[in-house]
Write a protein that binds this ligand. Structure first.
Ligand SMILES: NC(=O)c1ccc[n+]([C@@H]2O[C@H](COP(=O)([O-])OP(=O)(O)OC[C@H]3O[C@@H](n4cnc5c(N)ncnc54)[C@H](OP(=O)(O)O)[C@@H]3O)[C@@H](O)[C@H]2O)c1
Length: 322
């Protein structure tokens, strides 16, 4: 990837390097109205990539604002890259297509640009309801062969309902299973990557296989429960704060720029107008090799999103060697 590139090349088209995250922790860190207006502000600020998921419960407001901006002639549908994700409770091959259709309905579009398997961990179907879908009960684990779920993801692609299909929160071994069975390759993987969690082996493996990598919680998710309990994240890191002063850029901009130069796309979430603008304004400066190395040395190999409620699931992905 060109260091100054605003986009990554995919099997089918391009993915803008910066997208807006739309997970509000079920309204705790952004009301539906705030998320809707964030999407509008983001479009005005130049965002053309929106990261959604069925389970976030925000697709309705994202879709409403995208439709409004299309109707106003500000953007055309083809200008925006929309990702959505298959939730754990819909791994049953009979449910995959239905979930995507439900997402398309909420997003008010007839296709998405990327449809990802959100996790490799299937759970019992509890209906199309966000809250029920977060069961912590091991009795609700339900495994379908990853190959069978992928076949349905491929069907969604063949039906023209998604331009690309991909993975999220998969290990190297689970990704290999998909490569070994697929007729359509996964073109993207969305995983946690931050200066504190470089996820190096997985990133290298996926890029080596021709996939693009998207870094989720790129800023270290300051409103994640672990952070709210007091664990400091990269936004408060002294080395990054010093670099921010030297370069005249915010810590968030330094982190996002780092992750783009590291070879990934980034999907910071914000409902704050100034931050929405700040987070996409990362293409007018560059980090030197020395600065990149100094940020890499902050790696703690400690992930934030460990989905402890799925810990005993046979496909639990977060114990794999780093
Ligand atoms: N595939 C997966 O399993 C998975 C998992 C987690 C997340 N994701 C995706 O990744 C997106 C981002 O992850 P995330 O929301 O957990 O974490 P994040 O983007 O690292 O952090 C978001 C938080 O940082 C604050 N923030 C945003 N810009 C800032 C800035 N410039 N300076 C200071 N604070 C700033 C936001 O607050 P305000 O909104 O109040 O401004 C928000 O609370 C999600 O929204 C979702 O789309 C995917």
């Amino acid at each position: 990837m060109d260091l100054h590139s605003r986009q990554l090349t995919l099997g089918s088209g391009i993915m803008p390097s910066v997208g807006l995250g739309t997970f509000t922790f079920f309204g705790k860190h952004g009301s539906p109205d705030e998320m809707e207006s964030a999407v509008g502000l983001a479009i005005d600020a130049g965002y053309r990539h929106f990261d959604c998921a069925w389970v976030y419960g925000t697709q309705g407001v994202v879709g409403r604002m995208l439709e409004k901006k299309i109707n106003e002639g500000v953007i055309e549908r083809e200008d925006v890259f929309i990702t959505t994700k298959l939730w754990n409770t819909h791994h049953n091959p009979k449910l995959v297509l239905g979930e995507l259709k439900e997402s398309l309905n909420q997003l008010r579009t007839n296709y998405v640009d990327m449809f990802l398997m959100h996790y490799p961990t299937g759970q019992r179907d509890q209906g199309f309801s966000g809250e029920l879908a977060l069961s912590t009960d091991t009795k609700d684990y339900e495994c379908y062969p990853l190959e069978d779920v992928w076949k349905e993801m491929e069907r969604c692609h063949q039906l023209g309902l998604t331009k690309n299909i991909g993975l999220s929160n998969f290990t190297i071994d689970q990704t290999k299973i998909i490569f070994d069975c697929c007729t359509i390759k996964p073109s993207n993987i969305q995983i946690e990557v931050t200066p504190y969690f470089l996820n190096e082996r997985l990133v290298k493996f996926c890029i080596g296989r021709g996939m693009t990598v998207t870094s989720y919680c790129p800023l270290g998710s300051p409103t994640h429960p672990v952070r709210l309990a007091g664990e400091k994240g990269p936004l408060e890191d002294p080395v990054l704060m010093e670099m921010s002063k030297e370069k005249g850029k915010s810590v968030a901009q330094i982190i996002l720029r780092f992750l783009i130069q590291y070879g990934t796309s980034v999907i910071p979430k914000s409902v704050t107008p100034s931050r929405i603008k700040e987070n996409i304004n990362v293409f007018d400066f560059e980090l030197t090799e020395k600065e990149m190395q100094s940020i890499k040395s902050l790696n703690k190999n400690k992930r934030l999103y460990n989905e402890i409620r799925l810990k005993h699931h046979p496909e639990y992905p977060f114990d794999a060697p780093l």
